[in-house]
Write a new protein. Sequence first.
Length: 395
Amino acid sequence: MVDVDVAIVGAGAAGLSLAHRLSRGGGPGGRPLETVLLEPPEGPARSPVRTWCFWEREAGEWDAVVSARWERLSVIGPEGEVYEAPAAPLVYKMIRSPDYERFVRTGLAETVREVTATVTEILDGPRRAVVRGVDGAGRDLQVRATWVFDSRPPRPLPRGTTTLLQHFRGWFVRTRSDAFVPEAASLMDLRTPQPRNGVSFGYVLPVSKREALVEYTEFTREVLDDAGYRRALEHYIGEVLGLGEVEVTAVEQGAIPMTDARFPRRSGRRVFRIGTAGGATRPSTGYTFSGVQRQTAAVARALARGRTPVPPCPHRRRHLEMDAVMLRALDTGRVDGADFFARLFRRNRLADVLGFLDGGSSLGRELRLGATTPVAPMAATAVERLWFALRPSRS
């Protein structure tokens, strides 16, 4: 039995971010918080290698591990029309998870202990919670903690009116000759074959003139099989981008929930959920990294002040409602996904759209953005959601 102040389950973006913040701070009066970070052994339960992208104003706390940044972004419509503009005042940044892990792990204080273990059970209690698991040698392990933060993906997902998946596969590619502009990224290229409901797109994030992350993404209910992703990427790289023969140097793949379901951030008196499990993912975009940073910073502040560290939802309520309407309209086929996003970027300043997606826009600006979308189907979807909310629940 190990006794600590804080136990963090999972060492993905959320778990590592919280461990990093607790390593730099502490509890009431500056007392160091004894922390255990539990991560499963190598295998399917461990967080996969991936990239995290986010918008930020100029310099930020993670610049030491940012592998690429772009000040110009473009969106390409289904007919090849290009909308390109500076991202200012924001900068689009990319971090690769191995770089982030190395940076955080090398900076952890002695008060943070890393343990390789598969967690099998979390037991809540009035004053302490107990995390049970099996360590890398197959031995039973128990950690007793004042507070437990669980970042493992929820299974099953909470039920919502609409649930799509942002599923993707990306190839880091190298070309034989110069093919990319390192300062400019393609955020959404809608020239891909479109699904019946939802949307598909490619994007290109250059890291040099001959290297880039090229990704194929869908917002749909079901993921593709291995052959489906391979065909989609080969078509996008060869037929749409016309890059010719490329060398694939690395692969990333994932599926992010895009849902109007509410993620409970408290699962006991002493147990909380953080990261995607705690609602840090923005439903309309799948972006999670910025939400994780806001959420874990709030948890660290609460612990330092001796307060109950309930993780906040890092997104405004009205943004979640707007996202829910958009997801429902896509899922029902009321709006054409490619046309919806092309119109949004064609009729608005890029900085205004990015400000909304980043969660920092004003209500007035959001209403102006909404007026440029297909108003009738979006209004019908909003009314439908209101009806769902008001109808009597069935026992």
